[in-house]
Structure formats: structure tokens, C-alpha cells
Design a protein around this ligand. Structure first.
Ligand SMILES: [Fe+2]
Length: 386
């Protein structure tokens, strides 16, 4: 909309921090009902989210205004921030304290929040979790002695180069734990831009149109000149090539294999039962052998309930054994029945995203935004959605 009215605005970052601090605003989402059903701002109390499409305000301004609560600060949201600015201005003219979410849901989907994990003072290791809040995607940067490694980077690669620069470090490798289906990987682009190796396992990368180094089970990568050691563990099931990364025997970056309260769905290759059997072995033979105090750092989360107080999405393996429902299904039969009964529908766009992540098709900027709209659907739905 070219004549956007002047209204108060809030950035996605400030909105996220308000939600995290337990100070959530009232959200009026003016996108159409389908868009609203597909994807909303999460982490709000149930009575703090209202959908009234923009066109309804045009047709029945008075009727719509009556539905908006008085006495509350209202943040208005649309897809790009234009229609919501118009509605926010309309609300303000009627004495409602309103502000516009800058850039709308597209900007919300691009918000990346970086949090450093607490690490012992003696350690030369710095580990950062980058939370792409709107998509609930997590990526990581490990830094040691001026060397940095990016794991599962999103397509906005500037976040990673800036983070490394701020740490006075140089990115020297990039790894994808598996071939992603829900979002466009920044891995190959980051590797190409910086001229550094890109690692992914051959099982997932077959047919890729760019150079890569195939990760092997037991591969040991040393970062910097110090003692940061990363061991690749082949943990198939979500995909055949899924690989988890054990950092200094302390952190396990599980990709989409094990989440805080669920597991990666095994049906994306249309071989649900076969891959679910692999996943069973991975979880109960491979990962279960690790000690309880290993910190699980996944590549996704489904709900904000998987987030700790400090904003980091993580759990110890010991806690996961007690609380993640998947670990209560101990026999293979119980596990298979449970997982296969909890598979959400596969978004059709995932085929295209996988092809793009192999470099077999190239999506222009507009198409890339469209392909990535909405939260990930990578988990078998073992935890309640909120
Ligand atoms: Fe995945």
C-alpha cells in the first residue's frame, strides 16, 4: 500500500522479547482466515490473539471495531505490514492504543535471535544457538580459537558471517545435519560465498549440484588449535543420512532426529515404516548409550514449551528419557505403532524445498519467501501443539 498511514510500530525483535519476558501484547491479525490457520505468532495467552481479516474492516468498520477489546495495547499484524498499518491507524483514530508489526509475518519469519549457551569459564568453546523464531528452526555456530563452524544455517547467511565476525572468528566449515525439507538451507551458499567446505552425508546429498564432503560415521573434526572435538554420529531415521554432532562429549546437536519433546518424522521419503525402524535403532541403541548429562540441541522445536527460561531450546538426555513421550515406548512394536499414528500431513512444498536444497532448482527471492512461509512440520506430533 503506497499511502501507508503513520502509526506506532514494533519490530519483530522487540515483540519476541516482550513475549519471552512474559509481557505479551494483544495481537490483532488481519490476514485472511487460511493464512491465520496456517501460521500465527506463538507463545501468547489464548485470549490475546484475534483474527479479523483486513477486508472485513473495509466492509464493516464499526462491526469489526466492536470486536477489538478496549483498554489493551493492540499489535496489528498482516503479511507484510501494509494492511496492518492501515488497520492500526483506524484503531488509533477510535481511541484504541494500536501499533503495527513492522514488516508483518514475513519479517517475523526472518527474525533470528542468537543466544550463547553458558559454558565453563575454562572452556575455549563458545556455542551459539540461532533461533529463527517464526519458523521454529534452530541453527548453531561453534567458535574456538578464532575458528568457527556453522551447523544447519538458514538461507540468510549474513547472520552467520556477522556472528563469526563479532567473535573475531573465521568460518572454516559448514555442516547440514541432513537434507532439510521445511526450509531453504544456507549451507551450500555459505560454503560457496566463503570458499569453505560444505559437509552433509552422501545418503542425503545424492544428486546435489554442488561440491560437498560426505560426513562419515565417526568422523572427528577439530576446531581451532585447541581441544574442541566434534564427532559425527550417523543417526538415520528422519532421513537416511541424518547425522548428529557430539561436541566435546557435552553437547549433542541432533538435527531433526531427537527434539526436546518429540522426534523427527520418519515419513518424508514416503518410507515411513522403514525409516521409523532406523529411527528406533538410532534412539534406543545409539543415542540411548550416551550419558544423561549430554545436552540435546535440536534443529527445530514445535512449541515454546520446549524452550528453557533463558530462551534456549535444549534438554539433557536424562530429562528427555523421563519426559519425551517417545522414550516411554520401549519396545520396537510400541514405538512403531505410536510414531506411525502421529504423522501430520506432509506439506506439498517440501518436495520443492528438497530439490532447491540439492541445487537442482533455483528459487528467486519472492518464491523463496513463499516456500518458507509458516512453521516447520518436521516433528512426529508427539507433543501437544499450543
Ligand atoms: Fe528435517
Amino acid at each position: 500500500m503506497s499511502d501507508s498511514p503513520v502509526v506506532d510500530e514494533i519490530t519483530p525483535d522487540k515483540l519476541y522479547r516482550d513475549i519471552l519476558r512474559g509481557n505479551p501484547p494483544y495481537i490483532l491479525d488481519v490476514r485472511n482466515e487460511d493464512e491465520f490457520a496456517h501460521w500465527v505468532i506463538e507463545g501468547l495467552p489464548a485470549d490475546s490473539l484475534l483474527n479479523i481479516p483486513y477486508f472485513a474492516f473495509l466492509e464493516d468498520e464499526e462491526g469489526c471495531l466492536e470486536k477489538v477489546p478496549r483498554g489493551r495495547d493492540v499489535t496489528v499484524v498482516c503479511a507484510k505490514g501494509g494492511s496492518s498499518a492501515f488497520v492500526a491507524s483506524m484503531l488509533a483514530q477510535h481511541g484504541i492504543r494500536a501499533r503495527n508489526l513492522q514488516g508483518g509475518m514475513i519479517a517475523w519469519g526472518d527474525l533470528h535471535v542468537t543466544t550463547r549457551l553458558p559454558s565453563p569459564q575454562t572452556s575455549s568453546l563458545s556455542l551459539f544457538q540461532i533461533n529463527r523464531v517464526g519458523k521454529r528452526c534452530l541453527s548453531y555456530v561453534v567458535v574456538s580459537d578464532g575458528d568457527a563452524l556453522a551447523i544447519d544455517p538458514a538461507r540468510h547467511i549474513d547472520w552467520y558471517t556477522s556472528l563469526a565476525r563479532a567473535q573475531q572468528a573465521r568460518l572454516t566449515r559448514v555442516i547440514d545435519t541432513h537434507l532439510h525439507a521445511d526450509h531453504l538451507s544456507g549451507g551450500p551458499g555459505l560454503a560457496r560465498t566463503l570458499g569453505i567446505p560444505y559437509h552433509i552425508r552422501l545418503d542425503d546429498a545424492a544428486g546435489a549440484q554442488f561440491p560437498y564432503h560426505s560426513l562419515q560415521d565417526g568422523d572427528r573434526l577439530v576446531l581451532g588449535s585447541s581441544v574442541v572435538e566434534i564427532i559425527a554420529l550417523h543417526t538415520p531415521g528422519h532421513t537416511p543420512g541424518s547425522t548428529s554432532l557430539l561436541v566435546n562429549h557435552t553437547y549433542l546437536l541432533t538435527g531433526d532426529t531427537l527434539f526436546v519433546s518429540s522426534i523427527g518424522r520418519p515419513d518424508l521419503g514416503d518410507k515411513a515404516e522403514e525409516w521409523a525402524q532406523l529411527l528406533y535403532r538410532t534412539l534406543f541403541d545409539r543415542i540411548a548409550r550416551l550419558p544423561d548429562d549430554v545436552l540435546i540441541l535440536p534443529a527445530h522445536y514445535s512449541t515454546v514449551t520446549e524452550m528453557r527460561q533463558d530462551g534456549i531450546v535444549a534438554t539433557t538426555l536424562g530429562e528427555a528419557r523421563q519426559k519425551n513421550p517417545v522414550f516411554q515406548r520401549r519396545t520396537k512394536q510400541q514405538f512403531l505403532e505410536y510414531v506411525l499414528a502421529h504423522l501430520p500431513a506432509q506439506p506439498p512444498i517440501y518436495q520443492e524445498i528438497r530439490r532447491a536444497n540439492l541445487g537442482r532448482i533455483i528459487l528467486d527471492a519472492e518464491h523463496a519467501i513463499e516456500a518458507e512461509l509458516g512453521p516447520n512440520q518436521c516433528a512426529a506430533a508427539l507433543s501437544p501443539r499450543v
